[in-house]
Design a protein around this ligand. Structure first.
Ligand SMILES: *Cc1c(COP(=O)(O)O)cnc(C)c1O
Length: 370
């Protein structure tokens, strides 16, 4: 159907950045710089500085970042890793493909790993915890970090949705042994294809990932340091990402402005809960604006009928997909929110008039539903 408000709009974003992106493209093409070149090294330095850590290693995707970081931290067969029940499936698949056993824990009303559920999920075999900062809002890292110290667990952050978010002034990705990032086109910092990165203060971990992303090879000596992978962030993607990273602070400000407009326009509507939380230690960069409506799918459908393209992540939790072979031990909060979620369009290029159209459609449904 022809939507009046699209969920994403890469064409519009390109139109606004065309000169800068085209210059980045021509620079790579003219110099023939494709694999492991200056734009990659420069992007890594700029990303590390943005996150507030020493090292960044560009890889092929967010999944690759998670998979390599887990292996680099010594997670493998016999290890349990606590992951949230509500997340993108790649969080869990990275654990399985590293040879370890995922142990699921329920989330809280902030959609993120509940510290209380984590405490219950820890066993003598738990090696690591993989909190996810979903939608642009960090998990309660102060509590999770304290618990991990108490139990001697490695913390790896799935920060794929939260570049720029912080808790107590410390950025997402700067809390755990490593932070894992995705530059999938529709992430808050998106490339023009798949991409990802690992950020860390641990020089050994960074070096291991740097070698393993390139088949285990030390590029200076030619020595293979293990059986690795081919999952290097392309120099061309890095060149595009450098352009976009410069705009990120302004884009986050615009995202917050749009979120505030949604909040003002949607507050107090029957059956509707908004993603504005009351923890003053954590800010929100609004990668996604996920509302909950008691009517569930009927709310999402009504918006689509009104010309608003919405996403419903994730109506069916990943652990309910039979082929993944994950025991469903009951995750009531994940189940409740999975029924109720709808992500509204939110990206910096959205106009106020489009936001108001979304608000109008949501209001109409809620007022009729009451
Ligand atoms: C996008 C995402 C990933 C995976 O990133 P890819 O780049 O698509 O591999 C992992 N975890 C979360 C929470 C994500 O949002």
């Amino acid at each position: 159907m022809g939507y009046q408000v699209r969920f994403v709009n890469p064409q519009r974003a390109y139109g606004l950045l065309k000169d800068e992106l085209d210059a980045a493209y021509h620079d790579c093409m003219a110099k023939g710089e494709l694999i492991d070149r200056a734009h990659l090294a420069d992007f890594e330095a700029e990303l590390a500085e943005f996150v507030g850590v020493e090292h960044a290693v560009g890889v092929g995707s967010g999944y690759d970042a998670l998979h390599l970081a887990l292996r680099a931290a010594g997670v493998g067969p016999g290890c349990e890793v606590v992951v949230p029940a509500h997340t993108f499936v790649a969080t869990c698949s990275a654990v399985v493909n590293a040879g370890a056993t995922p142990v699921l824990a329920d989330v809280g009303p902030d959609f993120n790993l509940s510290p209380a559920a984590l405490a219950k999920a820890v066993t003598p075999r738990t090696r690591a915890v993989l909190p996810v900062h979903l939608n642009g809002y960090m998990a309660d890292m102060a509590a999770i970090d304290a618990m991990a110290r108490e139990h001697g667990l490695v913390v790896l952050e799935d920060a794929c949705q939260s570049l720029g978010a912080a808790m107590d002034g410390r950025k997402a990705g700067a809390w755990g042994r490593a932070g894992c990032w995705s530059f999938y086109p529709f992430k808050i910092l998106g490339g023009y294809g798949d991409g990802g990165a690992i950020t860390t203060d641990d020089a050994d971990l960074a070096l291991w990932c740097r070698r393993m992303r390139y088949n285990g090879e030390d590029r200076a000596t030619g020595e293979y340091h293990g059986h690795g992978f081919t999952c290097l962030l392309d120099n061309l993607q890095a060149a595009f990402l450098r352009v976009k990273l410069r705009h990120l602070p302004a884009w986050i400000a615009r995202r917050r402005q749009i979120a505030a407009r949604y909040q003002a326009g949607l507050a107090g509507l029957p059956g509707l809960s908004l993603p504005h939380y009351d923890d003053p230690r954590r800010d929100h960069v609004y990668q996604n604006y996920v509302v909950r409506h008691k009517a569930g799918e009927a709310f999402s459908q009504a918006l689509r009928q009104a010309g608003v393209e919405v996403l419903t992540q994730f109506r069916k939790p990943y652990y309910q997909h039979a082929a993944l072979n994950i025991p469903d031990t009951g995750f009531p909060e994940t189940e409740a929110l999975s029924r109720e979620v709808t992500s509204l369009p939110l990206y910096p290029e959205l106009t106020d008039a489009e936001v108001d159209h979304v608000i109008g459609a949501a209001r109409a449904f809620c007022e009729a539903w009451a």
